[in-house]
Design a binder for this molecule. Structure first.
Ligand SMILES: [Zn+2]
Length: 290
């Protein structure tokens, strides 16, 4: 039966933390080894003993202490640092009774040295230039900020002919070291931020919403005559959007598919085959769309 409902974040087998065995290879996306996101317990379909509440992160205590020490030295007074998984406030700090309490998003734990230095400068001295460096880093890492907007249930991955969750999981293992923690569902494309424009027709078949961390695949692809490798290609493309943020150019123009993106896309095993299938059958897909 089409339309089987599963709960989001049941995106891969629970209890197998593939991040723990992340291979070092060029295909692996930028991830946060100092902080690992734990699935929202409300969204895991297997009973596991998570406390109720928000999604959590496991923070590398050594990395936290190191940053706390840097802050203490720069500020010349005690700094208590806590790490969070906030979706809005990335940096917060206040001084009271000679003690600075700082709360930072986990993306800063494994930030490059220069960014950490700027962060320390900003928190300890309120340096304006440093705040720009920090701001740019946050922008570049926006994909690591969890969804601010709750997505609408249900999430549907089992179609009549294609199971996009199994496709997603296979791609995740093969190309991303199992690190992509976006969600996926069959669904028509809304006018979401980051959804595709009108440039490439095939791309409308999928979309990625950064605020929801959600990949949508158009149900028109759930047909017997649409080969699995083509559906895989569309899913792979959207997964790339999750790991490669759009590039902001001067003047505010956003490049959704920067050269680095295109290179990664061409690494898809059936890339040429998928493009050829698209050329030969796109008219049929478009006609069938309903
Ligand atoms: Zn795209």
């Amino acid at each position: 039966m089409p339309g089987l409902i599963v709960f989001p974040f049941a995106q891969r087998p629970v209890g197998r933390d593939s991040r723990a065995r992340l291979p070092v290879r060029p295909l692996a996306p930028r991830v946060a080894p100092a902080a690992v996101r734990v699935p929202d317990p409300r969204q895991v379909h297997v009973e596991i003993p998570f406390p109720a509440g928000h999604p959590q992160i496991f923070v590398h205590e050594g990395a936290r202490q190191l940053l706390e020490r840097k802050l203490t030295v720069a500020a010349g007074k005690p700094v208590f640092l806590s790490i969070n998984d906030n979706c809005r406030s990335m940096i917060a700090f206040a001084e009271r009774d000679g003690i600075v309490r700082a709360r930072l998003h986990h993306m800063f734990l494994d930030a490059p040295k220069a960014v950490q230095l700027a962060l320390v400068c900003y928190i300890a001295k309120g340096d304006r230039e440093a705040s720009c460096v920090v701001g740019r880093y946050i922008e570049r890492n926006s994909h690591r900020i969890r969804a601010a907007r709750p997505f609408l249930l249900p999430i549907t991955t089992q179609g009549a002919h294609h199971d996009i969750l199994s496709i997603f999981s296979a791609l995740n293992d093969k190309y991303f070291g199992g690190t992509v923690d976006a969600l996926i569902t069959w669904g028509r494309l809304g006018s979401r931020r980051n959804s595709e424009g009108t440039g490439r027709r095939s791309i409308k078949l999928g979309s990625y919403s950064a605020v929801e961390r959600l990949i949508r695949i158009h149900p028109t692809l759930d047909r017997l005559w649409v080969p699995r490798y083509f559906v895989s290609y569309v899913v792979y493309h959207e997964m790339l959007h999750h790991v490669i943020p759009a590039v902001e150019q001067r003047g505010g123009r956003r490049i959704l598919h920067p050269p680095h993106f295109m290179e990664r896309e061409a690494l898809f095993r059936d890339y040429e085959r998928a493009l050829a299938w698209e050329r030969a059958h796109m008219h049929r897909v478009l006609r069938a769309r309903g």
